[in-house]
Design a protein around this ligand. Structure first.
Ligand code: P6P
Length: 319
């Protein structure tokens, strides 16, 4: 029998969200609908006028791709119509998008609509990353998002690759669902994802190596000496997905260009750190646990060392 994301949430809901009768599963179904719409566009990129630049620069100072704009609009629409959503925060929007449900909206959804989008034109895997927080009673606007990652209710991503896989956690394990195009549903394919305790890959953009802090360079030299292979796709979701399944370590160290690291805390590092820990791995910013960081801005960046327990603990010994 197939198990879809919605069915899985409903099965878990009785245990996890006894008080959230349907609102959480309704929110997740908004997420799966949006990601199916995005996948349908990505699958036809090149056949329809959906690749290339949209001509605008986003809040990150990056050139928006047409698919970035489409993905963002799909998520804003599909999530914004869900009763339980109070506010949306997107990489593509400078400010939070507040839905006028100041009392009924229980959740805040934070997302990177299309991570790695610069890779779309060369047919490399890209992804959508999301994080779900409960809106504290009586708190509105940006303040409602300034919560450390350990407060996340759920987190996940969709990697649009050779197949499209929806991976999520609600704090009780990590589950993966593969999109079955014949029925248009994400179907349970990884009933209990665990990250191997140790891997054989490290993943970092070595073009920046000369500006890594010395202890990062020493650490990477040690992995090479042990025979580790290097894998770096340049699409965070794809690099994370491989690390989740195969183990090893992903790093985005501080660099001259990004002295605080390049990746964003709220909608990249936090959701993936939640997933990594739930799967038995670890995620730090180079010194502290990612999930303990108290955010100060919705687009703040962080350094990231994330992966199997053995490799991250080995890194921590270097600091
Ligand atoms: P660099 C993509 O733009 C992204 O945000 C992540 O998906 C990816 O891990 C990282 O940037 C790649 O950055 O500096 O190595 O090209």
């Amino acid at each position: 029998m197939i198990v879809t994301v919605q069915q899985h949430i409903l099965q878990q809901q009785d245990e996890l969200f006894p008080t959230a009768r349907g609102s959480f599963s309704s929110l997740l179904s908004g997420m799966t609908l949006a990601t199916k719409m995005i996948q349908a566009k990505i699958r036809r990129a090149g056949l329809v006028d959906i690749i290339g630049s949209a001509g605008d620069i986003n809040v990150q100072g990056e050139t928006q791709q047409k698919l970035d704009v489409y993905a963002n609009q799909a998520l804003l629409h599909c999530l914004g119509t869900r009763e339980s959503v109070a506010m949306l925060v997107s990489e593509e929007n400078a400010q939070p998008v507040t839905i006028d449900r100041s009392e009924t909206g229980k959740y805040v959804v934070v997302f990177d609509p299309l991570d790695g989008s610069s890779n779309i034109d060369v047919n490399v895997s890209v992804g959508t990353i999301f994080s779900i927080l409960r809106r504290p009673d009586g708190v509105h606007g940006e303040a409602a998002v300034m919560q450390p990652g350990w407060k996340q209710v759920a987190a996940g991503y969709v990697v649009y690759g050779s197949s499209s896989i929806f991976v999520y956690t609600a704090g009780h394990g990590v589950f993966g669902f593969t999109l079955d195009p014949d029925i248009g549903a994400f179907v349970l394919s990884y009933p209990n994802l665990r990250m191997p305790d140790r891997g054989t890959y490290y993943s970092v953009n070595e073009a920046n190596a000369d500006s890594f802090p010395v202890h990062y360079r020493e650490y990477l030299g040690g992995l090479r000496a042990k025979g580790y292979s290097s894998r770096y796709i340049g699409s965070l979701v794809a690099d994370f997905h491989r690390t989740l399944l195969k183990g090893g370590v992903f790093l985005y160290p501080p660099t001259e260009k990004n002295p605080k690291g390049k990746l964003r805390l709220l909608y990249e590092a936090n959701p993936l750190a939640f997933l990594a820990e739930q799967a038995g791995g670890l995620a730090i910013d180079g010194s502290q646990r990612i999930l303990d960081i108290q955010p100060e801005g919705i687009h703040q960046r962080t350094a990231l060392v994330m992966g199997s327990r053995a490799e991250v603990e080995e890194f921590e010994k270097k600091t």
